[in-house]
Design a protein around this ligand. Structure first.
Ligand code: NDP
Ligand code: 8X3
Length: 250
């Protein structure tokens, strides 16, 4: 029987690239996101691959729980949960940021991620097998102007991943936090509320990471032997590095 991965945010970017990678390599998939037509299109691109579509807003706890409770039997034993759905909204300094944006990021990147995790963990513990891969970010470690709540949600993802490892010691379950830097997906279009020109400027003159780069890393982390746990992977494009400390002078 093929192994099963559940990918949240499979309609775009990293999630879509990861879904394609696992489908090409003989896994069966549960693909999730809010945009039904994109999930249908993904399933049609892999007619040989068993794919279950779970149209889902990860912020909706009841919807997450009932999706997990009603999985068809052949998809019920999940080997890998890829907690990828997430977003940044806005790049304003904290005193000008939109509170709605902050709430959406917290509800999606933090609460959505732990709803999925909490719903699937009991079955993984019972089976003594499973792998949770969380999509963190360099923003969870490195502060930058305008990163305020987005970075803080990813700091949550980082520490939640570490604490999961502590709770799951001896249970046969692996946990990995992937922490990418600059990557060209729909991320910036979403961050700038659909302003494509502003989004394009983020990547101008760079060679950013791609969804496929991240899919290669997820695939590697999953396929290390069961006694190996990749705790975290921080990855940037070669064209990205750190800035010096900022100093305000009068
Ligand atoms: P995309 O915008 O291309 O993809 C985001 C995915 O998340 C979409 O499939 C979207 O699906 C899904 N999503 C967003 N909100 C919800 C929701 N409420 N419920 C369900 N699904 C949701 O961006 P990326 O692929 O870049 O982002 C994927 C992850 O990677 C995010 O967690 C992001 O924070 C992280 N990341 C991105 C980096 C980058 O520079 N691109 C770098 C580091 C981390 P739909 O809209 O159909 O619901
Ligand atoms: C996405 C990377 O630097 O835009 O998490 O926050 S960054």
């Amino acid at each position: 029987m093929a192994k099963t991965i559940l990918v949240t945010g499979a309609t775009s970017g990293f999630g879509r690239a990861c879904a394609e990678k696992f489908a090409r390599n003989g896994w069966q998939l549960i693909i999730s996101g809010r945009r039904t037509e994109r999930l249908e299109e993904l399933r049609q691109a892999f007619p040989e691959t068993p794919m279950h579509i779970a149209v889902l807003d990860v912020r909706d706890r009841t919807a997450v729980e009932s999706m997990v409770a009603s999985l068809p039997t052949r998809f019920a034993d999940i080997d890998v949960l890829l907690n990828n759905a997430g977003l940044a909204l806005g790049l304003h300094p904290a005193h000008e940021a939109d509170l709605e944006d902050w709430e959406t990021m917290v509800d999606t990147n933090i609460k959505g991620l732990f709803y999925l995790t909490r719903s699937l963990l009991p079955a993984m513990v019972e089976r003594g097998r499973g792998h949770i891969i969380n999509m963190g970010s360099v923003a969870g470690t490195w502060p930058y102007p305008g990163g305020n709540v987005y970075g803080a949600t990813k700091a949550f993802v980082k520490q939640f991943s570490n604490n999961l490892r502590a709770d799951l010691l001896g249970k046969g379950i692996r946990v990995t936090n992937i922490e990418p830097g600059l990557a060209e997906t729909e991320f910036s279009v979403v961050r700038f509320h659909g302003d494509r020109q502003k989004a394009d400027q983020v990547y101008q003159g760079t060679r950013p990471l791609t969804g496929e780069d991240i899919a290669d890393i997820v695939w590697w982390a999953v396929n290390t032997p069961p006694h190996v746990n990749i705790n975290s992977v921080e990855v940037m494009p070669t064209c990205q590095s750190w800035a010096p400390f900022a100093i305000h002078r009068n």
